[in-house]
Design a protein around this ligand. Structure first.
Ligand code: KIV
Ligand code: ZN
Length: 521
């Protein structure tokens, strides 16, 4: 029986990056886009090119370098936006312009200050202009779910006549419930003339926690594209989580397939899900909650005796999907002090790293240091070591020494020695706690005093000597940077993360990458 595909449209780099605090550098976006291609997404929404030179450049570089998926750029319904998207996407073999305009009374009146006739005209002009850059044009009536149905039908009909090939139905504010969203999709499918020639797409926000349920109900009612993001990243409460949508379709073929002539599937290589999720989490600094479906640390962990007993007797008693199906199986692989260079290199390769000879040696030396303290090194440890030691950014500041003293009844004190441009600077400071003292000393030694916006620490793997990974988000002059640090000592990991974030800030400043720009949608 032939299959019917659901197109997976990934918007991690566009809507996902609009999440407050989730700003990525151009090279980080490229790294994520390359991994999305390995994961097998059909469309990558690479950015919103007109919104800033960095967004334009990131979209262009992804269009030039990422092979496989269609590369898409977002544009409001204006000539300038569409031209910018067209230019940024020009190098892509398969390119799509995604143009949108709001159609709900509330958005038209207060945000756009336009009548419905004016909106209709702009939508048609936008689609026609986008068609001069590519045949593949997607149109979104923003806030579709709070729009009046007759007007929604009118705009979509006009967009089809103007040449739109995908019609996206956004629940922009995450307002509707699954039953309502399904009904909207079903009505549009039956009442919009010519819609059978187009792909109907879902784009659901998660304000009421309904994004995945709404998207899947949309699919049941005829949508064949789902817009989603890794880890559900996106504006406010986020978008539909790609991994949840995909695993629902994969786990419940009876619901999505059995009673249909053609079973529904996706092109996603589900075994790449865990790796992609970890990468996005690391680069954005958005830690995944342990009980997050599919990719949370506890998603496949069984604690209670009854459950463990059941799983040991027969896995399917308490597991509806296997950890291996989302790429977790190999993380049980253990390396140790006696692992040679060859075995180490082989494991790095299997984890998807392409390291140059000197990078491999650098990572191996660090691995040996960690293996001295920690008997068993798991894949997740290895990923943390490589990302910490080999990640390629210019280090303006190198922390060569850190000492933190904690004594009951006195304030903790920290001493750091930081090398920069050949000179070693020592600084001492007191703080409310050991990390605070270390950060104060680092501020003094580097001359940078960014605001600490967020700080988190997690154990990379389990056990007494587990590696701790600290992630910080700092902000200065409206430029936000994420830093990470790994060590078996959590104070040292925290200090490393702070220095890393400062180094990234300096690197971005030096490369002329502008500060965060928010464009009104
Ligand atoms: O949520 C939304 O409406 C959007 C549009 C730009 C599609 O992100
Ligand atoms: Zn959105």
């Amino acid at each position: 029986m032939a299959e019917e595909k659901i197109i997976i449209f990934d918007t991690t780099l566009r809507d996902g990056e609009q999440a407050p605090g989730a700003s990525l550098t151009i090279s980080e976006k490229l790294e994520i886009a390359q991994q999305l291609a390995v994961l097998g997404v059909d469309v990558i929404e690479a950015g919103f090119p007109v919104s800033s030179p960095a967004q334009f450049e990131a979209t262009k570089q992804i269009a030039e370098q990422v092979k496989g998926p269609t590369i898409c750029g977002l544009a409001r319904s204006t000539g300038e936006d569409i031209e910018s998207a067209g230019k940024a996407l020009a190098p892509a073999k398969k390119r799509r312009i995604h143009t949108f305009i709001a159609t709900s009374p509330i958005h038209m009146k207060y945000k756009l200050k336009k009548t419905s006739d004016e909106v209709l005209k702009l939508a048609v002009e936008a689609v026609k202009y986008a068609k001069t850059f590519t045949d593949d044009v997607e149109f979104s009536p923003e806030d579709a779910c709070r729009s009046e149905m007759p007007f929604l039908i009118e705009v979509l009909t006009a967009a089809i006549e103007a040449g739109a090939t995908t019609l996206n139905i956004p629940d922009t504010v995450g307002y509707v419930l699954p039953y309502e969203y399904g009904r909207i999709i079903a009505q549009l499918k039956s009442d919009v003339p010519g819609i059978d020639k187009c792909i109907i797409s879902t784009h659901c926000h998660n304000d009421l926690g309904m994004a995945v349920a709404n998207s899947l109900t949309g699919v049941r009612n005829g949508a064949r594209q789902v817009e989603c993001s890794i880890n559900g990243l996106g504006e406010r409460a986020g978008n539909a989580a790609l991994e949840e949508v995909v695993m629902a379709v994969h786990t419940r073929p009876d619901f999505f397939g059995k009673d249909r002539a053609k079973p529904l599937t996706t092109n996603i290589k589900t075994t790449q899900i865990h790796k992609t999720s970890q990468l996005v989490s690391r680069l954005t600094g958005f830690v995944i909650q342990p009980n997050k479906a599919v990719v949370g640390a506890n998603a496949f962990a069984h604690e209670s005796g009854v459950h463990v007993d059941g799983v040991l007797k027969e896995r399917s008693t308490y597991e509806i999907m296997t950890p291996e199906s989302v790429g977790l199986g190999s993380s049980r692989m253990v390396l140790g002090r006696h692992t040679g260079r060859h075995g180490f290199a082989d494991r790095c390769k299997k984890l998807g790293y392409k390291l140059a000879k000197d990078e491999l040696e650098q990572a191996y030396q660090k691995f040996l240091q960690v293996a001295d303290k920690k008997k068993e090194i798991f894949d997740d440890d290895l990923v943390a070591i490589i990302d910490d030691e080999v990640r390629v950014i210019e280090h303006t500041f190198e922390m060569e020494y850190l000492r933190v003293l904690i004594e009951t009844g006195t304030s903790p004190t920290a001493t750091v020695k930081i090398r920069s441009k050949g000179k070693l600077k020592e600084a001492q400071a007191e703080g409310d706690g050991p990390v605070d003292a270390a950060y104060e000393a680092i501020r003094e030694a580097t001359g940078f005093s960014p605001t600490l916006e967020s700080y988190s620490i997690r154990a990379v793997t389990s056990g007494k000597e587990a590696l701790g990974e600290a992630t910080v988000r700092i902000k200065q002059d409206s430029r936000t940077c994420i830093g990470r640090g790994v060590s078996t000592d959590i104070i040292e990991a925290s200090a490393k993360a702070y220095v890393d974030a400062i180094n990234r800030m300096v690197a971005r400043k030096d490369s002329g990458e502008e500060t965060e720009v928010k464009v009104e949608l």
